[in-house]
Design a binder for this molecule. Structure first.
Ligand code: 0L1
Ligand code: MG
Length: 262
């Protein structure tokens, strides 16, 4: 690690304040160009601990930058991982207050709920499928705290991978009953289809993102606990939204979910 505890705490407070006050900032590597990936995840962890201390519940995890489309959009080559919160959860058909966000975008995803712990190293797709209780459609609302979504990998990891809001719903499916590689999705904005894809856009199989998360946590002596909700990553490029927009995600054989931005 290159940063000391005091700097990590200061950057966590800064990024979390930006989130809670819906104001943007320059990427933190501008001021700390030597920070490394351990520092970045330590800042993310410090943000998580601030929320827990305030009484927020951590509901699960997310994988980000998992599709080739997303990697290309962001100019990176490896996934990133973050956490999701109780206050980030919006019920199906619910409203997202844009005044609480900076510049939101939405991503169509497959969400997993686990029934057994998953721990790396060596976690693979088969282990993920065996430990999955069910999968269901999910929309992630991302909102980078960095000005104009301009960041590098370390800055975005520290910023909890742009996590902001999410909705899950539609139909739950046993992983044995859905081919997550070929399942098709249509994302609609104000009734118009704006993005299409299939599950294979996420690392060839969305369960691969969960396996990589388990391996990432395992390297830190942590695991994915049973009962976790995990957003496996955007299947298409993120779509910009603003107040007044209505978003619907339709997933083949798994129903649909929607959100309104007010
Ligand atoms: O969930 C995601 O794929 C987002 C990861 C962070 C990058 C971004 O803000 O677009
Ligand atoms: Mg996402």
């Amino acid at each position: 690690m290159k940063l000391d505890k005091a700097i990590i705490a200061k950057l966590a407070e800064h990024l979390e304040n930006c989130e809670l006050e819906a104001r943007d900032t320059l990427k933190i590597t501008e001021e700390y160009p030597d920070m490394d990936f351990e520092d970045a995840y330590a800042i993310q962890e410090a943000i998580k601990q601030r929320k827990i201390a305030r009484g927020n519940k951590i509901t699960g995890f997310k994988a980000g930058l998992t599709s080739h489309a997303k990697m290309k959009q962001m100019g990176v080559s490896m996934p990133v991982f973050g956490f999701i919160t109780d206050y980030g959860c919006i019920l199906d058909g619910g409203e997202v207050k844009t005044s609480e966000l900076i510049h939101p975008k939405v991503e169509p995803e497959i969400a997993f709920v686990t029934k057994a712990p998953l721990r790396g190293p060596g976690c693979h797709i088969a282990a993920v499928l065996a430990a999955t209780d069910f999968v269901l459609p999910g929309i992630e609302v991302i909102d980078s705290r960095y000005r104009d979504f301009k960041f590098d990998l370390k800055s975005v990891i520290a910023d909890n991978t742009s996590a902001a809001r999410y909705v899950v719903g539609g139909m739950i499916k046993s992983p044995a009953d859905v081919d997550m590689r070929t399942v098709g999705i249509v994302l609609e904005k104000n009734g118009e289809p704006v993005a299409f894809g299939a599950g294979a856009a996420v690392l060839n199989h969305p369960a691969a993102a969960i396996a990589m998360l388990a391996n990432h946590l395992g390297a830190r002596g942590e695991e994915i606990p049973a009962g976790s909700l995990i957003l496996s990553g955007g299947i298409t490029e993120a779509v910009v939204v603003k107040a007044g927009d209505a978003i619907t995600l339709r997933v083949q054989g798994m129903g649909s979910i929607s959100l309104r931005f007010v």
